[in-house]
Design a protein around this ligand. Sequence first.
Ligand code: ZN
Length: 150
Amino acid sequence: MAGLDELYREVILDHYRNPRRKGTLSGDHVHAEGNNPSCGDEFFLDLLVEDGVVVDAAMLGQGCSISQASGSMMMDAIVGQSVDDIQDLAGKFRIMMTIDEGENPVDEERPGSVLGDLEALQGVRKFPVRIKCADLAWTTLAQALDQTAS
Ligand code: ZN
């Protein structure tokens, strides 16, 4: 089937097989859970935010390689970053995936290298049913950040 090699690029498989920051946090943290019924994916996120910065994070999940690899890549991208920068990154990710084209057509504003490994997920765009898989970790992250906002 054409396009599958792009969908399962090596970087995606690496994150799927060796998920970053797998586990849970002890002590103070917020917890959020997401699931994607159309594929059966689950994602559990523990987040420690101090002074507007994500200082630690851990995740557990199960499901398809796209959902779990996206979560693993997200963990790499968020720890040590400010919540503001993470919101910005999440916006770029959603534009890249055409989840939210916002004001800018995707082809005019390519988010570019700031996304790092996350760019490997661009191939998923060709498979609309899988976009929810790639987005699961990010919707779960948004829930967790909401809890820290108050
Ligand atoms: Zn999935």
